[in-house]
Design a protein around this ligand. Structure first.
Ligand code: 3PG
Length: 419
């Protein structure tokens, strides 16, 4: 073996997880976890195809395989918790070949469809979250004993995890196949770990801007970041800002408290209050908001609360002060939009903060719904990295290990032992 190949081999041995190039794939039957979870309008139209596009490089590498895709859309109880049919249509268009949608996950219809596949075929199974055991917090070994894994695993030679954005969830379709099948990281997971790895430096001052609707995730992330990196600071927007203001004893007005109640966030008010007590000096809250007053955007200062109108964005003064901090940051990490970006008038805050991020030393943008705004504002190429992951990216950047990645590492160790 020549020196170059020896070095390459050594690097492979040392890499913690396997990738597509580590395994002979042609003619194999491959199960791929992708993340196609995307914003949808009330008519069921997919509003952002970023995650679909992100998977194309992996799918093209698997063009000589029989490829079965596992994916989810939204969560039970949400308006956009729906079937994967529109996703198969959109993916077919982007991939340039038919992606067959099967309205079943592991029943006889799914299994007979898999049996009939030819090399080069791609099939998308039904929303995995329609199966109640999907989201149970279990170990990979426990998930591996479920009906879903036991029924599906025998049909496959390899499991590919290409769903970086769900790697923070210890869900069945993310980790449950790894104890049974040779398991490798897809191109998306590889790319994300490469870029986001640059942002996990505990001695660098990192400015985090946290917004969006998943406020319970943001609280966890804040606890981690503030505890681990003494030079980090947090700017808050979206529902997490509302929750923190509520926890500070500020009455937001009935419609806004009702949003916190109906999304289950009021349960986190105590945790939010403790966080403010411990790290209040490093957490900044908005000083004003854009509210929806009978269909018109109006600016309301925190001192003017409560108001009987819905808060839908950060206000003008907050945009200015937050932008200044972001522009001068060495590393800025933004996750979650600052307002309701689906509505024209309430995109402004998110756009302004993203524009400011293009001037920061290094800008890492958590994916999820904020990446739609990145494209809308035409800023994708002026930012260092736009992740496909929202929660996953931010958990990784806050120093947490991700169950999906850990499972790939354990699978790689097993694979090497068996050789
Ligand atoms: C995301 O959009 O962040 C991922 O698809 C995970 O979705 P979840 O937060 O509903 O688990």
């Amino acid at each position: 073996m020549d020196t170059h190949r020896k070095t390459e081999r050594l690097m492979q041995e040392q890499s913690e997880y396997l990738t597509l190039s580590d395994i002979e794939l042609a003619g194999k039957s491959v199960l791929v976890r992708v993340d196609l979870n995307s914003p949808m309008d009330p008519r069921g139209v997919i509003l952002d195809d970023m995650r679909f596009r992100s998977h194309l490089s992996t799918l093209r590498e698997l063009s000589e395989c029989r490829v079965v895709l596992l994916a989810h859309q939204s969560r039970p109880g949400k308006r956009d918790f729906t079937t994967m049919e529109p996703h198969a249509r959109l993916l077919s268009r982007l991939l340039g070949k038919r992606v067959v949608y099967v309205d079943d996950i592991f029943g006889s219809h799914a299994r007979s469809s898999i049996e009939r596949m030819q090399d080069g075929d791609v099939l998308l199974l039904e929303n995995v979250r329609f199966y109640s055991e999907e989201t149970l917090k279990r170990s990979a070994e426990e998930h591996a004993t479920t009906h879903m894994v036991r029924r599906l695993a025998p049909y496959f030679d390899v499991f590919v995890n290409d769903a970086f954005s769900v790697c923070h969830r210890p869900h069945l379709s993310v980790i449950g196949f790894t104890p049974l099948l040779p398991s490798v990281a897809g191109k998306v997971v590889e790319r994300e770990l490469h870029y986001l790895g640059k942002g996990v430096q505990s001695d660098t001052p990192v400015l985090f801007v946290l917004g969006g609707a998943k406020a319970e995730d943001s609280l966890k992330v804040m606890e981690n970041i503030l505890g681990r990196n003494p030079k980090s600071r947090i700017l808050t927007a979206g529902l997490v800002a509302n929750l923190l203001l509520h926890a500070r004893g500020i009455d937001l007005g009935a419609p806004n408290v009702e949003v916190l109640r109906s999304t289950g966030l009021l349960e986190y008010a105590e945790q939010a209050a403790e966080l403010l007590q411990q790290h209040g000096g490093r957490i900044e809250l908005p000083v004003d908001f854009g509210v929806d007053r009978d269909g018109e955007r109006e600016n309301v200062r925190v001192e003017e609360l409560p108001v009987p109108y819905l808060i839908k964005d950060i206000g003008i003064e907050t945009m200015a002060t937050f932008s200044e901090r972001i522009e001068s940051a060495q590393v800025v990490v933004m996750n979650g939009p600052a307002g309701v970006i689906e509505e024209e008038e309430y995109k402004v805050g998110t756009f302004e903060l993203l524009k400011a991020a293009t001037k920061a030393g290094c800008s890492l943008i958590g994916g999820g719904h904020i990446s739609a705004a990145v494209d809308d504002a035409g800023l994708r190429h002026r930012l260092t990295h736009v992740s496909t992951g929202g929660g996953a990216a931010i958990e990784f950047l806050s120093g947490e290990s991700l169950p999906g990645i850990e499972a790939l590492k354990r699978a790689a160790q097993r694979h090497r032992k068996q050789r």
